[in-house]
Design a protein around this ligand. Structure first.
Ligand SMILES: Nc1ncnc2c1ncn2[C@@H]1O[C@H](COP(=O)(O)OP(=O)(O)O)[C@@H](O)[C@H]1O
Ligand SMILES: [Mg+2]
Length: 375
């Protein structure tokens, strides 16, 4: 599709620069450019634009957007600012903008942005879920990887995985990925990024599931600044319908920050000869500090034998807290799948493991969510 762009930009130099970029970008053509809103509102219609790029920096963005929506009810409007502001962007998208981009931009950025917005619109109804293990090995990477594929199949939506398990991050290994960039670069560069450019740091598993891989080198893990890590999460929230975060075991700044940005936190513990229930209980106590913790904090036990309702009830009773999901002991399936870079879900669609993951996905998608449909 060819874009006929109406450009509205208050600064003349910036306007000329952006006009050039638009004209030089394949499939984009400048229909008209205006420095003033009132001219654009009064005269722009004769050029029949199908895309408006609207400068909202340092201005009353919602009001300007409303004016343009009134005069151009059937034209996609993408707002432009000087830097990424998650709250402004998501507010404008709720009010009917198709997206929010950072200027000045390159032709490549513009193309990517429009591809992204055309696919899903910009996400404003995100669910962010982090997976935390009270102690060491828990089976959480296995759960997350399979859950991501399951959610993608079930919903057809975009799923982003952030591997923030900085020392033992193995999502790349699990999916057999060769990442060109990792969370370390994303966090380092975040001040210069917007969601569109951040998406380039993710590695594709398929067209719906993407992973921001962990560090290949554990010594880099202390370079991840918490403030910047949180900004990466916020940007990912406007790229993906579901963001799944694999956090390091135990309580540390990274795992706490991820939990605070999540609407659901799963504590994952692997049954391995005792004490799991005690570890889980202690972790639950620590999470009592989190706002609305009873709503947010959920539990999963993996390698449960036998994997049936009775075991689940017994675990709940011992723990004194609901158990959301139990995952069977299926070492063979899990490790075969990982070796082949495939999911247990695909290899054994009828296994109990697949049923557990399906149940978990159903819990996450079952919540009533309002979808802000794009005009
Ligand atoms: N449900 C399961 N049953 C049996 N073994 C499992 C299960 N889930 C994971 N494992 C095995 O446990 C090990 C750790 O799993 P992983 O998902 O990487 O956990 P974590 O991310 O908590 O370290 C892997 O060798 C994996 O094959
Ligand atoms: Mg792991």
């Amino acid at each position: 599709m060819k874009y006929r762009v109406l450009l509205v930009e208050g600064n003349r130099l910036m306007m000329e620069q952006l006009a050039n970029v638009i004209n030089q970008t394949p499939d984009f053509e400048l229909a008209a450019k205006y420095q003033s809103d009132s001219d654009a509102l009064g005269q722009g219609g004769v050029f029949k634009p199908n895309l408006i790029l609207l400068d909202v920096e340092n201005r009353n963005a919602p009001e300007i957007l409303a004016d343009f929506r009134r005069v151009y009810p059937d034209t996609s409007i993408v707002c432009m600012g000087d830097h990424w502001q998650a709250e402004v962007a998501s507010h404008l998208v709720r009010e009917g903008a198709r997206g929010y981009i950072i200027k000045p931009f390159t032709g490549e950025y513009l193309v990517k942005a429009m591809q992204q917005f055309a696919k899903t619109g910009m996400e404003v109804t995100n669910r962010t879920v982090s997976f935390f293990s009270p102690k060491g090995k828990s089976g959480k990477t296995t759960v997350i990887a399979n859950l991501a594929m399951c959610l993608a199949n079930k919903t057809g939506e975009q799923i982003g995985i952030i591997d923030a398990d900085l020392q033992f991050g193995d999502m790349a290994v699990f999916f057999n990925l060769k990442p060109k960039s990792t969370i370390v670069e994303a966090v380092r560069d975040v001040d210069f990024l917007s969601p569109i450019s951040l998406s380039g740091y993710f590695t594709e598993v398929n067209d719906r599931v993407k992973v921001l891989c962990g560090t290949a080198n554990p010594s880099l893990s202390d370079r991840v600044e918490i403030e910047s890590f949180i900004r990466v999460i916020h940007m990912a929230q406007s790229l993906f319908r579901y963001v799944l975060i694999d956090v390091p075991p135990g309580f540390n700044p990274t795992s706490i920050a991820a939990a605070e940005q999540s609407d659901t936190v799963y504590l994952v513990s692997m049954i391995n000869g005792g004490f799991e229930v005690q570890h889980m209980r202690r972790a639950l106590e620590i999470f009592e500090g989190l706002d609305r913790h009873e709503e947010i904090v959920r539990t999963i036990f993996t390698r449960v034998t036998p994997c049936d309702i009775a075991s689940q009830k017994r675990l709940e009773q011992e723990l004194g807290y609901p158990v959301d999901c139990i995952v069977p002991n299926e070492y063979q399936i899990v490790s075969n799948a990982a070796d082949n870079g495939r999911m247990a879900l695909d290899i054994e669609p009828d296994s109990q493991l697949t049923r557990s993951i399906n149940k978990l996905a159903a819990q996450l998608t079952g919540h009533k969510q309002i979808r802000w449909d794009q005009p």
